[in-house]
Design a protein around this ligand. Structure first.
Ligand SMILES: [Zn+2]
Length: 88
């Protein structure tokens, strides 16, 4: 049983349905991103605003992830450098 199944066995899918296709999404922001990317010509003003907000939020999360990945790489690099220096 998938984790998103409702306990009573009724409608078990993700809660957010795309009004333009069969897509279903776990988060409203995922639905907003899908509508903006797959149905850009059919958006209302409110849907377009939601898409822009979701896209900005996702770009911020991506920027944070890239910084964290870079920090991890630098940490690993200098860790191995120190291990190498003390093994000489
Ligand atoms: Zn769709």
């Amino acid at each position: 049983m998938p984790a998103d199944d409702a306990p009573d066995g009724t409608d078990a899918g993700p809660p957010y349905d795309c009004p333009y296709c069969d897509g279903r999404f776990h988060r409203e922001s995922y639905l907003s991103l899908h509508r903006g990317q797959e149905h850009p010509d059919a958006l209302t003003d409110a849907e377009r605003a939601a898409f822009e907000a979701a896209r900005e939020e996702e770009e911020e999360q991506l920027r944070l992830f890239r910084l964290q990945a870079l920090a991890a790489l630098v940490f690993i690099y200098f860790g191995f450098l120190l291990v190498y220096a003390f093994s000489l």
